[in-house]
Design a protein around this ligand. Structure first.
Ligand code: UDP
Ligand code: MG
Length: 134
């Protein structure tokens, strides 16, 4: 399988709770490489783009409030099959479905504040890397 890259973002709850190091350790333990990383403050326009598929959901305003509530850590992560691999390490979106042993399963107790974002396909990975790293 070929080497891929994905866009990973540690959300404001992860930063606020002091879990940046523990979450990054899991990514590095897996053997993936972090090839770019920066802390940044998001605003509503970039979130409207990033979460365009969710703009009509009732939870969207709450999601924007949360995602602008503090800084995030944006990363490019590389490795073989890393897009699917990171989604596995992250765990399912809904906190009650996220298995123990996954980041969300071990640390999240709400669906909105679920610590981490990871691209869901090669196309979204490239679009998200462009969006957040230019
Ligand atoms: N989200 C939420 N309520 C929901 C579904 C999603 O607040 O019922 C939030 C949650 O933070 C999630 C993000 O919206 O991570 C993006 O949703 P998506 O379905 O893309 O899930 P993901 O790809 O992050 O697992
Ligand atoms: Mg998603």
């Amino acid at each position: 399988m070929e080497r891929e890259r994905t866009y990973i973002m540690l959300k404001p709850d992860c930063v606020r709770r002091g879990l940046i190091g523990r979450v990054i350790a899991r990514i590095e333990d897996k053997g993936y490489q972090i090839t770019a990383m920066k802390m940044m403050q998001l605003d509503e326009p970039i979130l409207r783009e990033h979460y365009a598929h969710l703009a009509d959901k009732p939870f969207f305003p709450n999601l924007v409030n949360f995602m602008t509530s503090g800084p995030v850590v944006a990363m490019i992560v590389e490795g073989e099959n890393v897009i699917v691999g990171m989604r596995k390490i992250m765990g399912k979106t809904a906190f009650e479905d996220a298995e123990p042993g996954t980041i969300r399963g071990d640390f999240a107790n709400t669906t909105t504040e679920n610590l981490i974002h990871g691209s869901d396909s090669p196309e979204t990975a490239e679009a998200e890397i462009k969006r957040f790293f230019g």
